[in-house]
Ligand binder design. Structure first.
Ligand code: P5A
Length: 451
């Protein structure tokens, strides 16, 4: 993309409404624009990162054997009346009536709708196990929407639902989700720690939240610092193996890590004192096992091998896709702007032309652009007639992890400058070597083309 042809409405001033750094940088970098309280338009740069995160979530869900689909945002209230949650959900549910006076709602979650799909089409254990998921906009009329995309009213969520014959099978599905979530967050450059939590309006008493530690997080968390040493890495996992998935769950959840809702002071005090931590975290996902809560209410039964009918065992599993942009920025920024991890960066590399209009500099930039594009990468070429300082400030703000700077002086010696946004370190290389290096860096990151 050439910056002169892109739509990147960068703000010079700090927006006064933004209280935390991620919100401030998302507004300043022209990623989002508020449309109403807690409701945002996703401008091209924000949309691009949103789609990259969504792609990682899809890839990891499908790797785990879960099946993508799409349910609508608007739902009829009937199913919610059947489950009893129409009255229980409270004011967070946005209720609407259509022209015929029928009760509708903007879905805050989809347990009822998916259970209805299941009961209409599945009646036998032979069709199990089954996990269906979608990535769709949700609406929760939060009393205090704040911090930009972190606590929105309209937000983008991946929600998946498992259907199993027995509790044991459903717990395997739970563990599979835990593993796939660990992989997903790590691909986004994040450490998200599973912590025992409360079921809230979704239900069930077996649930873990995934928390990214950050001072600006809304949840208070208590944990053994040893949990922060755990990484999933690129180990191979067989998602069908009950033992392997159970092993990962035990490894990642046996140390003390709880949100304030389930915190147990006596248990916490058993952790060696020097490892006890009380901190804040951003909840980027949550997995639930709630057994037959919805299948009983909605009559979703399956026939077992013995011919008997019983309600199907279920769980639901969510990732806060739009909230993740805020969480990643909270975890990865400096005083100049965002620092995108390679896995989610909107463009792989910036190209800054120090002397736009200089025939040699222009030609060198064009050929870098061509070479990177031919290698399957997306560069952002700042081809505007602007001061170098302004170009650097924009690149630093929007946080591309790598920048190639091209100027007449370097070109005389046959070199361009390659700079890491994270370390700030630069090296001079031939243009070919700079391209080669960027290609190698991204060969280690599964990264897709954005929109
Ligand atoms: C699990 C999937 C559920 O709704 N039903 C379907 C279950 N879980 S949850 O924890 O309530 O939400 C899942 C994740 O969505 C994100 N989230 C939000 N993101 C932005 N703004 C909000 N107002 C908001 N509410 C929830 C969180 O990341 C949460 O973990």
């Amino acid at each position: 993309m050439r910056l002169s042809r892109y739509f990147l409405p960068v703000l010079k001033e700090n927006p006064s409404e933004a209280q935390i750094v991620s919100h401030r940088y998302m507004l300043r970098a022209g990623m989002i624009k508020q449309s109403a309280a807690g409701i945002y338009s996703w401008l091209p740069l924000g949309f691009k990162v949103l789609k990259k995160i969504e792609t990682i979530v899809h890839e990891e869900q499908m790797r785990a054997g879960h099946i993508p689909m799409l349910m609508p945002t608007l739902q009829s209230a009937d199913l919610w009346k059947e489950s009893g949650r129409y009255d229980d959900y409270g004011q967070e549910m946005l209720r609407i009536s259509d022209r015929h006076g029928r009760d509708m709602l903007y879905g805050p979650t989809n347990e009822e709708l998916i259970t209805d799909i299941f009961r209409s089409h599945v009646g036998s254990y032979k069709d199990l196990p089954l996990t269906l998921y979608h990535i769709q906009w949700k609406f929760r009329d939060e009393i205090r929407p704040r911090f930009g995309v972190m606590r929105g009213r309209e937000f983008y969520m991946k929600d998946g639902y498992n259907f199993d014959l027995t509790k044991e099978d459903a717990l395997h599905a739970y563990n599979r989700h835990l593993v796939s979530y660990l992989r997903s967050y790590e691909r986004m450059g994040l450490q998200a720690i599973p912590m025992r939590a409360d079921g809230g309006p979704i239900g069930g008493d077996y649930t873990h939240e995934f928390l990214v530690l950050a001072d600006t997080g809304e949840s208070e968390v208590f944990y053994d610092s040893a949990v922060t040493d755990l990484t999933f890495g690129d180990r191979a996992i067989d998602y069908d193996s009950v033992e392997q998935c159970q092993g990962v769950l035990e490894e990642f959840t046996s140390k003390y890590a709880r949100t304030d809702e389930t915190h147990d002071e006596a248990l916490f005090n058993e952790v060696p004192e020097e490892r006890r931590r009380v901190a804040r975290g951003i909840e980027v996902g949550q997995i639930f096992y709630f057994g037959t809560k919805y299948s009983e209410a909605l009559g979703a039964n399956v026939q077992g091998p013995d011919g008997k009918q019983s309600p199907v065992h279920m769980g639901s599993h969510g990732i806060g896709v739009s909230r993740l942009l805020g969480a990643i920025i909270e975890a990865s920024h400096d005083e100049k702007g965002i620092i995108w991890p390679e896995g989610v960066t909107p463009f792989h590399c910036g190209i800054v032309n120090l002397k736009q209009g200089d025939a040699e500099a222009d030609a060198a930039c064009e050929s870098l652009y061509e070479a990177l594009t031919a290698a399957g990468l997306e560069p952002l070429y700042d081809d505007r007639k602007e001061r170098a300082g302004g170009k650097f400030a924009t690149m630093d703000l929007i946080g591309l992890p790598w920048r190639i700077t091209v100027g007449p002086r370097g070109l005389k010696n046959g070199v361009v400058e390659l700079t890491s946004r994270r370390s700030g370190e630069s090296e001079e290389l031939s243009p070919e070597a700079a391209v080669q290096k960027i290609v190698e860096i991204y060969a280690n990151h599964q990264t897709g083309r954005g929109f």
